[in-house]
Design a protein around this ligand. Sequence first.
Ligand code: NDP
Length: 274
Amino acid sequence: RRHDDYAVMGNPVAHSKSPRIHALFAEQTGEPVHYEAIQVDPGGLPQAVGNFDANGGKGLNITVPFKQEAWELVNERSERAERAGAVNTIKFDNGTLYGDNTDGIGLVNDLLNHRIPIRDKKVLLMGAGGAARGVLAPLLAEQPAQLVIANRTAEKARELAGAFNDLGSIEGSGYEALEDKQFDLVINATAASLQGELPPLPDNLLADGAACYDMMYGTAPTPFMQWASAHGAATVLDGLGMLVEQAAESFYIWRGVRPETQPVIEQLRRELAS
Ligand code: NDP
């Protein structure tokens, strides 16, 4: 049976959930999509992408550590990819490499699915690396009352805020500046959870009814999720929904068909637990 070829390229990529997610999307929608994981060596991205294109491949996801390099490689970029400085989705279109970034809309859609409002709310984004940069434009498009970026290296947070201050009310600082401030939504885009760590947060950070979101996911709650539960968060979420939502947006860019995400998130949750 004929199918169209897609893949995720990264390093390491063996444990990527993307092949599983896209297999579930293909099954659900009946789209003839074949999707695999391809490990790429440092410096090898241009050739790997070129080969995939030459072999008739239709599209790619790009993950750590190649998203910035992919941004430079493509011929055309969406507005949100342009602002993110990173590309996680490539569509091959008759010799043109079209680059997009679906991470931010993935986060926003997961929040909205959980009925967590962003408009007119006070939002704190922790971290100033690639994940934080990637979600800023879609977050600001929802028009929060205020967006604060806090980062261990405060200078990086200030720089990032400066690069996006044409899109809304945004400021950057270190964690010490959060004292006496309260937020309706706190998003962890740091790599601290990976190391079992937690950024230094003041005890009274959360407003009444606040939601906390960790971009990390796994079987157990992260240190930030545990902190959130212990400090009165009304909603605490991990990043599995974002992962599936960004994949759904990529699938839509490639196929023009929007998969249902809820059953796929539930299926992945079951598989993670087993
Ligand atoms: P980067 O390496 O680009 O940035 C890391 C950030 O984390 C920096 O801001 C860094 O601060 C901060 N940081 C690292 N360790 C600590 C610590 N112990 N305490 C406080 N801050 C710390 O990583 P990425 O931005 O690419 O990724 C961040 C996280 O987001 C990862 O865990 C990744 O898995 C997750 N992610 C999830 C996605 C999803 O779909 N769910 C999508 C994309 C990313 P400093 O600048 O001071 O070094």
